[in-house]
Ligand binder design. Structure first.
Ligand code: GDP
Ligand code: MG
Length: 299
């Protein structure tokens, strides 16, 4: 046994939608624990990515992006989820894009004013910054905005500076035994991850506005020696959306099913048989009891 003390704690990853929070966590964990698309509002839940080592366990908290105009119940719930993650964090990673600073970034930064945990600023997507010298100005502008424990330029996709970041994390974690078994990489069930993969493929396939009006519910998830059988229902808000999700002659649904199957097979390591249905339920995104029934956090 190692006689050094074990460290374990929560690392909240915050930032406006689309800065790369889920990508960063997937890169650190080395598996898809949280889905990624180029569209905002992809991450709707608080998802944990667990990174276990001999001396420490870092529990990364992926948060839904913090939204400016929290009108619908769904958005309010997403904001609450992000706020709770901040209150519980031992370390906060505040992400923005290296070549962009927006009002939404400023809003998130302002929310950090009451946070007592140390905050590391991450300037992501440096692979898109040309020439690299432009980074110097971005780094010094960031350092002037608040007191940060560190300001680190990274690329979550290209893995640039990720090892450096990961090496810094344990020094911020309190002494504690591990909270999760070492083989666990996420707090979410296979069921949940399957639903999220279907939602990721739908979001990638559909035009900008429609993905916000749908959710995915797994009705059947059975594993035997041949593989996994999954039946999933795609809930949409209106009849008109149903037609779009199904597509001409079922073409959209077919593409979504195929892409999801390939991804799920990779994640679970066995063949996956996936069946998808589309059903209408009006205003689910604005009804708190529906949200809870469909697996969204209660307040
Ligand atoms: P989130 O909303 O903050 O969780 O952002 P996501 O992780 O879903 O990423 C949003 C988009 O940014 C996706 O299209 C990602 O592929 C892209 N992205 C994330 N990290 C990087 C990066 O380091 N470089 C580049 N070029 N794109 C990135
Ligand atoms: Mg995300």
């Amino acid at each position: 046994m190692n006689d050094k003390l074990y460290h374990c704690g929560f690392v909240a990853v915050v930032g406006r939608p689309n800065v790369g929070k889920s990508t960063l966590i997937n890169t650190i964990i080395g598996n898809k624990v949280s889905i990624v698309t180029p569209k905002p509002q992809t991450t709707r839940h608080r998802i944990l990515g667990v990174d276990t080592h001999d001396e420490y366990q870092a529990i990364y908290v992926d948060t839904p992006g913090i939204h400016r105009h929290a009108s619908k119940a769904m958005n309010r719930m997403m904001n609450r989820t992000a706020a709770n993650a901040l209150a519980d964090a031992d370390l906060v990673l505040f992400m923005s894009e290296a070549n962009r600073w927006t009002e939404e970034d400023q809003d998130v930064l302002e929310r950090l004013s009451t946070v007592t945990a140390p905050v590391i600023a991450l300037l992501n997507k440096i692979d898109k910054v040309h020439p690299r010298e432009a980074l110097f100005q971005a780094l010094s502008e960031m350092a002037a905005r608040r007191e940060f424990a560190e300001v680190i330029p990274i690329s979550a996709i290209k893995r640039e500076n990720i090892d450096k970041l990961v090496a810094l994390v344990p020094s911020y974690l309190p002494e504690s035994g591990p909270l999760f078994p070492s083989e666990m990489i996420s707090d979410r069930s296979d069921n949940f991850r399957a639903a999220e993969v279907v939602r990721e493929k739908l979001t990638l396939e559909l035009r900008q506005e429609i993905p916000y009006g749908l959710t995915v519910q797994i009705e059947r998830f059975e594993q035997d020696e041949k593989g996994i059988l999954i039946n999933a229902v795609i809930w949409v808000e209106r009849d008109s959306q149903k037609g779009i999700v199904v597509g001409k002659g079922g073409s959209v649904l077919k593409r979504v099913g195929r892409a999801a199957r390939v991804d799920l097979k990779k994640q679970f390591g066995v063949p996956v048989h996936l069946e998808l249905w589309v059903k209408v339920k009006s205003n689910w995104a604005d009804n708190e009891s529906d949200l809870q029934r469909l697996g969204y956090e209660s307040p």
